[in-house]
Structures are given as C-alpha cells and as structure tokens.
Design a protein around this ligand. Sequence first.
Ligand code: ZN
Length: 329
Amino acid sequence: MNGKRKIILIIRGGYMLTFFPVIQDDELLYSVYTRYHERSLNKNENKTIDELHLTEMNPFLPKNIQYLIDELKYFDAPDIEYFLNFHSMCNYISNFISPNISGGLSLYLTKGTGKAEAYVVDKIFSENKYLKYCPVCTQKDFKTLGESFWRLSHQLPTLFICLEHKIPLDRIDIPNHKIGFKTIAMNELNEVSFEPLTKKTMFYVKLFAKQSFYLNRVKLNLYNSIQSQDFYRLFVEKGFVIGSEIDVKKLKKEIVEFYGIEFLELSGYNTALFREISERPLFFSNIMTPIETLVLINFFFNSLSGMLIYNKRTPKREIASSLLVELLV
Ligand SMILES: [Zn+2]
C-alpha cells in the first residue's frame, strides 16, 4: 500500500536535508517539520520557517509543499499527490468546501499562494483549535522511535478515539494557531484513565472513524449535497416541518436519542446548530463543521453511502467503495 511505504532520503548536500527526519506512516506533514526543527541546530523557529520557505506554520494546512519536494530527493520520489493524499488533510477538507475554494486550497498547499487558509480553517475545525494524540501510541513511539509524532488520522475532526487502543484522544490547545513547532514531550503525557465508552457510543465512534479515513482518501464532492437547502428538503420529507416552521425540538430530541448524549459530547457537536436551524433554516449550514455535517448525514441516512445513493450525484464506483468501508465497521 502506498501509504505504508517508507521514505528514505538521499542527502543532496544542503544543511537542511542533513537533519530531515524519515517520514512515518500516517504522519502529519506539520509533524515532520516539527521533528526537523528539533533535530536542526536552529536556535529559533523563524530560521526553520525560512528554511522551509514558509511564512508561518499552520499545523493543519502545510503550505508550499512543492518547495519541499524540490528540495528533497528520494529513492522512490514521492510526488505532490503522495504528500497531499497521505500526509495532509487535503481530500478530507475538499469534501466539505466548494470546488472553487478547493482549487484555492490546492494552490495554497502546493505552491503556498492564495488565501484559502483562514476560510478553510474556520469552516473545517471547531472554534477551539487543538491537536489530538493518543497517549498510548505516543508512549509506544518514545519506546520504538525515541520520539513522538503527530498522526494525521488523529487530527481528522470527525475522529474521536484511537481505534488501536480504543481510548479518547487527548488534546493540546492551539489558540490562534500560534503553536510553533510543537512536539509532545514525554513529561506532558497524562496518566491514561478514562471511563469506558458505552457500546452505542463505540458504534458511532467507529462508524465516524471509518468515514473519516475514507473521506481523506477520496474526493466525493460532498459540498453540493450538504447545503442548508439539501437538509431542509430532508426535514420536510422526514416530517420535521410543521407549516412553514421546522420542529427543532423534535429534531433535537430524535438526534439525541439516536446518538446518545455521550457520543454527542465526545464529538464536540455544536448544539447552537439547533438554534441556527430554527432562525435561519436556509442558511444554517454556514456554521456547520464536518462534525455537525456527519451527525446529520448519519442521522438521516445511517451511512455516508446512503446519502450518496440518495443524491445519485456520485459515480457508482465511489458509492460502492463507501458502502464497503462502512460494512467493515
Ligand atoms: Zn493509540
């Protein structure tokens, strides 16, 4: 599998490359940069930012990846698609934004141009920004690698637990994204203690996790199926509209019963959405992040593939793959 291939660097002679780390499977590109910064002899972060031809370091949106590719020469020469598909959230994010903004995002990630960043970060990530990690995976990293790294899959907004260790992910807050080149230190790791999640919560956590991985592999162009008017039609179809008003009380009650409070709290679901649906029934999707979007999709269709089939806008091959992913939950 492509994502599993190990990358071996050939040092082309530059100072920067001497310290460049081997990229781990499922490693966020930001994480590679942080480990590079730690290995380098750079006394401050600005020097590292200069070397990487960046102006700033946003953990979720690594810009100017082409520069990195031009600078590094590998035995198996991964291209821009490799970095976008396996070390960034490009596909995942593109599924939730308009094709126009998505094009801008690609330019930003590859060439470092354009202004997609602020819009994308606000649209995709919840108001409180944080990096997530599994304390057990991290401890394992220290034992096997001598250092830790940020996993890409753990950063997907709709992934809430480590699937390997079945525990909720810990968080490190990043106010205003001013986190710099942050790695997790051994002494920052909390004792692993948590209340076991209910069977119902685990079911939805796993379902969302599978869907998250899939969304980060395939561009399904969900954007045209997840607008306010699309959900409004469903509210009408499923009996949530009385007269011209949406029965938000009923909608809220049924969504809470469907998922359970535990799952909704764990996911960080924004309950302000109910008020927004009531006040702006044709414009509420503006405040939806992928969390609220997947909550509504699974509530109405039980699956991602259910919605794709309903909308019939997605090629059959993608629908079949999505169905397969969800059957494997
Ligand atoms: Zn883990």
